[in-house]
Design a protein around this ligand. Structure first.
Ligand code: PMP
Ligand code: GLN
Length: 414
C-alpha cells in the first residue's frame, strides 16, 4: 500500500510538469485541473481510492477473473518459445490473419491481413494514432456522442482538433438524429462512435448507424468506430457499422482483446479499414509505440479462433452479472438504466442523496465501501449539469463481489 501511494504521488509530480504544447491543448479541451496540472484519469483516481479504503472497486472497468485458459497458456508458451523480441510493425502475421478470419466469421467483412489491419497497444493507441493521422489542423472537427470514453477528448486535444458533441440521454441513450445532422458539417473530419457504448451501455439502433453513414458520405468524413465491447452485446449479435452499405470504404474499425478475453493488461488492440487509411495510421503508430506485446499477440490469435460457445457464454455471463448488480442497485434505491451491452450499468443516485454524483462518488468509498464513477467524468464541462445524478458501476466482477457490493449499498441506503 505504501509503495502504491508513493508511486501515485510520483506520477502526480510528473504530471504537474507539463510541456507547453500539451498544456495549451489540454487547457483547450478542459483537461486541466484548477491548479494547472493534468489530473490523473478518473479511473486511476478511483482505483487508488479503492486501494486506500479497501472499498469494492466497481469503478475502473477490469475483470477480477482470468479469461480462457487456452489463451493464457498460449502466452506462456510463446514466452517459453522465444517470442520475446520486437514483432513486425504491423503485428504478428498469425494475429493479423486471425483478426481477418474473425471479421469474416462473425460479420462477413473482408479484411486483407497484409494491408488493411494493424495491431496496436490496445484500442487506446489505435484511437490516438488514428486521430493524429487523420486530423490536418485546428479547424478540423471530431464529432462524438457524449458522454464519451475519457481518452477521446484527450486524443482530439493531442491531435489539435475541435471536439463537437451530440448528447445521449436516458432512457435509452440514443442520439437525436436532427441534432446529429446539425452537428456534422463540412468541417467534420471524423465521426467517432463507440458501440456498445461506454459508459451508458447503449447499443445504437440501426437508424442511428445509417444516419452516421449518410452524414459521413455527405460531408466526406471518416467514421472511426470503437467496438471494444463487440462480444458483450446482450440482445442479439453486434452490428459493426462497417457492414452497412457505403460504410466500409470510409470506416476505421477499432477493437481490443482486453474485454473479449479478460486481458485488459495485455493491451492488444487493432484497427482495420481501407489500406490507404491504415497506412496513414501506421505512419503515426510506428512512432508512438512502434510495436508491443510480442508473446500476447499469438495468444490473442488463439482467442479469436475459439469456438462460438466461448463468445456466447461470455456475453450471457456478463448479462447475468448486470442483472444481479441491477437488482442490488434497485433495492438500494437507485433508478437503474439496464445496459444493452458492455461492462457498465448506469444508475441515478438522486433518491439516495446523490444529486451531485461527483461528490457522491467521492464519498462513497468511505461511507459505503464501494467505488463507482460519476457520469460527469465522461462529459465536457459545459454539459455536466445534464448528467449530475448519474453513476457508472462496473459489472465485470465476480458474482460474490457484486452481491457484497449490493449488500453494502443497501445498508448504506438504509
Ligand atoms: N474504448 C472504450 C470504450 C473502452 O471502454 C476502453 C477501455 N475500457 C478502451 C477503449 C481502451 O481499450 P484498451 O484497454 O484496449 O486500450
Ligand atoms: N476502459 C476502462 C473504463 O472505462 C478503464 C481503462 C483505463 O483505466 N484507462 O473503466
Amino acid at each position: 500500500m505504501a509503495k502504491m501511494s508513493f508511486r501515485y504521488g510520483l506520477s502526480l509530480f510528473f504530471m504537474s510538469v507539463i510541456p507547453g504544447a500539451w498544456r495549451r491543448t489540454a487547457a483547450g479541451a478542459g483537461l486541466l485541473a484548477a491548479d494547472g496540472t493534468v489530473a490523473p484519469t478518473i479511473f486511476a483516481e478511483m482505483s487508488a481510492a479503492a486501494a486506500r479504503t479497501g472499498a469494492i472497486n466497481l469503478g475502473q472497468g477490469f475483470p477480477d477473473e482470468d479469461g480462457p485458459a487456452e489463451v493464457l497458456e498460449a502466452a506462456r508458451s510463446a514466452i517459453a518459445n522465444g517470442a520475446n523480441q520486437y514483432p513486425p510493425g504491423r503485428g504478428v502475421p498469425d494475429l493479423l490473419e486471425a483478426i481477418s478470419e474473425h471479421q469474416r466469421r462473425f460479420y462477413g467483412l473482408d479484411v486483407d491481413p497484409g494491408t488493411e489491419v494493424i495491431v496496436t497497444a490496445g484500442a487506446t493507441e489505435a484511437l490516438t494514432a488514428t486521430l493524429l493521422a487523420l486530423i490536418d489542423g485546428p479547424d478540423d472537427e471530431v464529432v462524438v456522442f457524449e458522454p464519451y470514453y475519457d481518452s477521446y477528448a484527450a486524443a482530439v486535444a493531442l491531435a489539435g482538433a475541435r471536439l463537437r458533441t451530440v448528447p445521449l440521454h436516458a432512457p435509452g441513450f440514443q442520439p437525436d438524429l436532427d441534432r446529429l445532422a446539425a452537428t456534422v458539417t463540412d468541417r467534420t473530419r471524423v465521426i467517432l462512435i463507440n458501440d456498445p457504448h461506454n459508459p451508458t451501455g447503449a447499443v445504437f439502433e440501426r437508424r442511428v448507424l445509417e444516419e452516421v453513414v449518410r452524414l459521413a458520405a455527405q460531408h466526406d468524413a471518416v467514421i472511426v468506430t470503437d467496438e471494444v465491447y463487440e462480444h458483450l452485446a446482450f440482445h442479439g449479435p453486434h452490428t459493426p457499422i462497417a457492414t452497412l452499405p457505403g460504410a466500409a470504404e470510409r470506416t476505421l474499425t477499432i477493437s481490443s482483446a482486453g474485454k473479449t478475453f479478460s486481458t485488459t493488461g495485455w493491451k492488444i488492440g487493432w484497427v482495420h479499414g481501407p489500406a490507404a487509411l491504415i497506412t496513414a495510421v501506421l505512419t503515426v503508430k510506428q512512432y508512438l509505440t512502434y510495436v508491443n506485446g510480442s508473446p500476447f499477440q499469438p495468444a490473442i490469435a488463439v482467442g479469436l479462433r475459439l469456438d462460438d460457445a466461448y463468445f456466447a457464454v461470455a456475453a450471457a455471463a456478463l448479462s447475468r452479472k448486470h442483472e444481479i448488480l441491477g437488482e442490488g442497485l434497485r433495492s438500494a434505491g437507485f433508478t437503474v438504466h439496464a445496459p444493452q451491452g458492455g461492462y457498465f450499468t448506469v444508475a441515478d443516485a438522486t433518491a439516495l442523496g446523490g444529486a451531485d454524483a461527483a461528490a457522491f462518488c467521492r464519498s462513497l468509498p468511505e461511507r459505503a465501501g464501494v467505488v463507482a464513477i460519476p457520469l460527469t467524468a465522461f462529459v465536457s464541462e459545459a454539459h455536466r449539469g445534464e448528467y449530475r445524478g448519474l453513476v457508472r458501476f462496473a459489472a465485470c466482477k465476480r458474482v460474490d463481489v457484486l452481491e457484497e457490493a449490493a449488500a453494502r449499498l443497501a445498508s448504506f441506503a438504509a
